[in-house]
Design a protein around this ligand. Structure first.
Ligand code: IMP
Ligand code: MG
Length: 175
């Protein structure tokens, strides 16, 4: 994919795999006896969640929500919309939110607050990538895969206008 104009590999799949394995062992240590509810934020987390749960060999449940803070392209609208909400009660559950990237923090800050209001027994955040240079609201990430530079990333679930989610590597788009 590196041959495509403007697209460069930042984290090849082997590097992503070892980050996912490390996260899985941290999560196993903390959740193996808790039957957690893993909540993937769609669409970006689908590939990460699928790889992560295949490394988790203990009882757990999986849910998805679809949140949207981006109108289109690379700009956040600053407002979070629940496009598809939870279908499973979180009250009393150990919720682990699985996100592709924490950028401004607006999306996950909104959702972590929502879980608290719904009285989850605990709520933690696992993010494959963290882009701290862009943070606008404070967010505590409990499990971080890769700390990434201030570039617009695509691939491994991440999109730009819905394209590139299928790339197996995390790439950046040259402006
Ligand atoms: P935040 O609310 O600004 O933290 O952004 C959250 C959402 O924006 C993420 O779940 C992604 O879907 C999207 N996003 C943020 N940065 C990037 C990026 O570099 N590439 C692709 N999507 C991004
Ligand atoms: Mg997105």
């Amino acid at each position: 994919m590196d041959s495509q104009a403007g697209l460069h590999i930042l984290y090849p799949r082997a590097e992503i795999d070892s980050a996912v394995k490390r996260l899985a062992s941290e999560i196993t240590r903390d959740y193996h006896d808790k039957n957690p509810l893993l909540i993937g934020i769609l669409k970006g987390s689908f590939m990460f969640l699928a790889d992560l749960v295949r490394q988790l060999d203990f009882p757990l449940e999986i849910e998805f929500v679809r949140l949207s803070s981006y109108g289109s392209g690379q700009q956040t609208s600053g407002k979070v919309k629940v496009v598809q909400g939870l279908r499973t009660a979180v009250r009393g559950r150990h919720a682990l939110v699985v996100e592709d990237i924490v950028d401004t923090g607006i999306t996950v800050a909104f959702f972590m607050d929502y879980l608290k209001r719904k009285k989850a027994a605990s709520s933690r955040l696992c993010a494959l990538t963290d882009k701290p240079s862009r943070r606008r609201v404070p967010v505590e990430i409990d499990y971080t895969g890769l700390t990434v530079p201030d570039k617009f990333l695509v691939g491994y679930g991440l999109d730009c206008d819905e394209m590139y989610r299928n790339l197996p590597d995390i790439c950046y788009l040259e402006e």
